[in-house]
Design a protein. Structure first.
Length: 193
């Protein structure tokens, strides 16, 4: 790695950490001013202002970053490789990696979000990829066919998002959360012999 690429990687990592901190600060303090957000994440107001000049710009930037992370995690899950269960595990683990952005997206996602082409297209790509995965797995007999692929997609997303929020609120432990999501998704809450 060259010194320039090393510096670029560090800057990108610093930006990601700042965005994750800002995402959680906005969830915890949804009415906070830029100055209050800067203080909450430990940067100066000038630093935050160079990053984003307004709250609306900050929220749009965080939405874009969150959507990018969701898509990248889904691509990294390599849905066509391994068994359906292995691919599902990679999907769950990939989505849980960026919990802060998941919490932000959950709290800032509004009914009219999908009327904005920037987010509608990204969400559509994400859900279509998961729908296709579930449909493929239904055709092989791995997932039941009496529940649509779209319903499986929505159920998995809801379970992941709710567990992220429960962990953020201290109701569930971070460790083992991926296994809990997988077990609840695949087997529900019924005790099996």
């Amino acid at each position: 790695m060259t010194p320039s690429s090393s510096a670029d990687a560090k800057a990108a990592d610093d930006d990601h950490r700042l965005m994750a901190a800002l995402a959680l600060a906005l969830v915890d303090k949804p009415r906070a001013t830029l100055q209050e957000l800067a203080k909450a994440v430990g940067v100066s107001k000038a630093t935050l202002y160079r990053f984003c000049k307004t709250r609306d710009e900050l929220i749009a930037r965080l939405m874009a970053h969150g959507a990018q992370l969701m898509r990248r995690a889904l691509a990294d899950a390599r849905l066509d490789e391994g068994t359906p269960r292995e691919a599902l595990q990679r999907v769950i683990q990939g989505q849980l990696v960026h919990r802060e952005m998941g919490a932000f997206l959950m709290y800032y996602w509004k009914p009219d979000t999908l009327s904005d082409e920037r987010w509608a297209d990204q969400w559509d790509q994400f859900t279509k990829a998961l729908d296709a995965f579930f449909l493929r797995c239904q055709r092989t007999g791995y997932f039941r066919i009496d529940i649509s692929a779209a319903a499986l997609t929505e159920s998995l997303i809801a379970l992941v998002v709710c567990m992220m929020d429960a962990e953020r609120l201290g109701r569930v432990a971070r460790g083992g959360m991926a296994e809990v999501v997988e077990t609840m998704f695949l087997h529900g809450a019924t005790a099996h012999p």
